[in-house]
Ligand binder design. Sequence first.
Ligand SMILES: [Mn+2]
Length: 296
Amino acid sequence: MTDTAGTPWPTLPSTFLALAPDAHTLERSAAVVLPVPYDATTSFRGGTREGPRAIIHASRQMEDYDPELDRVTCDVGIHTAPELEPHAGGPAAMVARVEQAVGWYADRGKLVAMLGGEHSLTPGAVRAMAKRVPRLSVLVFDAQADLRDDYQDSPYSHATASRRMLDSAPVTLVGVRSMTDGEMALVRQRGIPFFPRNADPITEVDAIVASLSDNVYVSVDLDGFDPSFMAAVGTPEPGGMGWWEVLRIIRAVAERRRIVGFDVMELAPGEGPVACAYAAAKLAYKMIGYATHQAR
Ligand SMILES: [Mn+2]
C-alpha cells in the first residue's frame, strides 16, 4: 500500500477511513485508532486477532460525513496507530502492554479507540484510564456477564473481562443474556448496574446514564449485538441488541457525560459476512463522532 505523501497520483492508505497519514498525524489528531490483533484465550470460535485489520480494511469504504451529526467527523483528525505486537508472555503481560499503550496516547490528550482483539484486553485500557481520569466508570455492552474471577486457571480471560474492569472502576453492564447464577449473585451483592437484554429492546437510557459517573470508558463486545446482524463473533448469543438500540444509548452518554476512550472488541471476521467488519468500523466512527461532538 502506498502511504507515501507527495506522490502525484491518488493513493488509498491502509489507515482507518483511508485517511492520509501525512494529514492525520498523531500530533494533529484528536482521536487515535489503536489496533490490537490478539486472541489467546478465546474458547469457542477464534479469529479475533484478524479483527482490527478487517475493521480498518472495511472502514476504507465508509463515507466521512455523518448525516445524524451533520458533520464530517474525521475533521477532528483520526490517527491510525501501528498495531500492538502480541505479547508471547500470556494474557496478563498483554493486558499490561495495552495499559501502557492506551496510557501513552491518553497522556498526549488523545481519545483512544481500541480495535480488538479479544475482550480480555479491555481491563488494560480501563486500568490506564482509571489512573489518569477522576471518577471513571465503564459502560460495557456484552452478551455475557464475564464476571468470573478466573476462567481456565487464568484471571485474564475473555470470560473474566468485566470482573477485571471492576478491579479499577465501577462497571455498568448492558445487553447481557448469558451468565451463571454465581455471576448474578455478584451483580446483586455488589449492586452492579445491570441492564440485561430480554425479549424487548433496552430503552432505559436515562437509568443507564444515571448509573455512570462524569467520565466514561465505553467497551463494546460486538456479541452484545444480535447475531443475525453481527454474526462474526466468537460466542454468538441469540436475542441481542440492535444497531440504533446501542447507538442511542452511547449518544445519550456522550451528551451527558464525557467519553474518555472506547473500544470495539471481539470481531472474528472469518465467522460472518464482511458486513460485520463494516458495521464494526462504522460503530467506531460513530463513537468518535459522539465523543468529540460535545467538545466543539
Ligand atoms: Mn461477550
